[in-house]
Design a protein around this ligand. Structure first.
Ligand SMILES: [Zn+2]
Length: 200
């Protein structure tokens, strides 16, 4: 239960019809797994904490065991970690929001990994191997804040228009597109499930 001080602190968001006391309680009682590092991680963590969501499990390497959480947010720029944790989360049917730097902007993708199945991040990656980029801290901060914002919406509604879709935003051109991510027969995670030896 929030103390009066906390209620005061979060009163501006509690009065939003889309949040309310019920939404505020959902945020305060939720645990998220946050995988990443650097500016993006800090921005995401700060944005999550600013709403009262304080149970954040931060990881910068694949956890040996996944504990209980509402949603995983993966913002790491490390390709190997992103893939490895994606496989872990997929295998355990954990809803996951991926956020990464792309082109002159950033992209987001949310998948529930229903029944431990694709579509997963690697389904997108085999079709778009060059979709991952680097960027300045300014863009990293936007990315972290956007990831947190989408994660908070998902916790409120337990659904999102981003489910099964990648949302690609270019800051230079000012464009924003959403594309469906389909399961790929070439997905390395799927091939591993089928016992095919995959070179990473
Ligand atoms: Zn896949």
């Amino acid at each position: 239960m929030a103390t009066p001080d906390l209620n005061e602190r979060f009163s501006r968001q509690v009065i939003l019809p889309s949040v309310g006391m019920a939404g505020q309680k959902k945020w305060e009682s939720s645990t998220v797994l946050l995988a990443g590092e650097g500016v993006t991680l800090q921005a995401a963590q700060k944005a999550l904490e600013s709403t009262g969501l304080s149970k954040i499990i931060v990881v910068d390497s694949p956890p040996s065991q996944l504990s209980s959480f509402s949603l995983a947010i993966v913002v790491t720029e490390k390709t190997d970690l992103r893939r490895e944790i994606s496989r872990q989360l997929r295998a355990q049917s954990k809803p996951t929001l991926f956020a990464w730097l792309s082109g002159s902007g950033y992209s987001l993708f949310l998948t529930k990994h229903l029944n431990g199945q694709c579509p997963c991040l690697e389904c997108f990656e085999v079709m778009n191997p060059k979709a991952f980029a680097q960027a300045e801290p300014t863009v990293q901060r936007i990315l972290g804040a956007m990831a947190a914002s989408e994660a908070l919406l998902w916790i409120l509604n337990e659904q999102s228009p981003l489910e099964g879709r990648v949302w690609i935003n270019s800051l230079e051109e000012g464009t924003s597109f959403r594309h469906e991510v389909r399961s790929s027969p070439k997905c390395p995670a799927l091939l591993l499930d089928e016992g095919v030896v995959v070179t990473p």
